[in-house]
Design a protein. Structure first.
Length: 259
């Protein structure tokens, strides 16, 4: 299974508009971060986790050949803001795209993108064609030959989900707390991508030390950090971290064995 990091940045993206800090002014590609999302390629299915505000740019940059499905973690703009541009893949694939999410996420989608879900006088090429498939946190579903398990986590006061993909990979962005009942779902995971916003505590996200502590607590094999602010310069931060727990960068490719 091949995972491409479409974006590793927080909701503002990096560089942040108007910021002149060293990270935002850096010319190193590793410090230029689009909004967080990944693209997963398996012989049986190709899908994204989240559809960021930068989706159009990500699709053009990484030339994803097809998108069979999108699985959504929650309904914040940086995770669903590229929704309308999915129609480009409707043109390519000549059919609708399956969207997986919780009832709460779909409520927001239907409100924010109401024009996609109400009868239209004419469709033309202007409406994304989507199949909304509701999921239940903690209850696995099938994508191709992969079992996908929505893992209940907290984003501040919000109930959202991370995902375990197969038995060897988990993606847990925008996480501030993992309920005790969710821990067994990711215990001993071989490959973990987890949000690590900044060096210091935050109300709705793990800090880098908290994310590292969580990784160690579940005995994760290899860990990568995502949803990163400009407070974490890529090279200096990774030099301070152990080799098995590192910041991601946009365009990074991770190969994962599935079972």
């Amino acid at each position: 299974m091949r995972i491409t990091v479409l974006g590793s940045g927080t909701s503002t993206g990096i560089p942040v508009i108007g910021c002149t800090c060293a990270t935002c002014m850096s010319t190193a590609p590793e410090n230029n971060r689009l909004r967080s999302s990944i693209y997963v390629e398996h012989p049986s299915v190709k899908f994204m986790v989240d559809c960021s505000l930068d989706f159009r740019q990500q699709a053009l940059r990484y030339r994803m050949p097809r998108i069979d499905a999108v699985i959504l973690t929650h309904d914040h703009a940086d995770h669903i803001g590229g929704f309308d541009d999915l129609r480009g893949y409707n043109f390519i694939q000549q059919g609708p795209i399956d969207i997986y999410g919780t009832a709460a996420v779909f409520k927001t989608l239907r409100e924010r993108y109401a024009y996609c879900f109400r009868p239209a006088l004419q469709i033309g090429g202007g409406l994304p064609q989507l199949n909304l498939i509701e999921i239940e946190p903690g209850k696995a579903f099938q994508l191709g030959d992969l079992e996908i398990l929505p893992v209940p986590i907290k984003h501040g006061l919000l109930d959202i989900v991370g995902y375990r993909v197969g038995k060897t990979f988990a993606y847990m962005t925008d996480c501030s707390f993992v309920p005790e009942t969710s821990v067994p779902m990711v215990d001993d995971i071989e490959n973990l991508i987890v949000g690590a916003l900044r060096p210091t505590p935050h109300e709705t996200h793990f800090s880098l030390p908290e994310a590292l502590e969580f990784s160690r607590s579940i005995r994760a094999g290899k860990t990568w950090f995502t949803h990163i602010t400009d407070r974490l310069e890529y090279f200096a931060t990774n030099a301070s971290l152990p080799p098995d727990a590192q910041l991601l960068h946009d365009g990074q490719v991770i190969e994962v064995e599935t079972c």
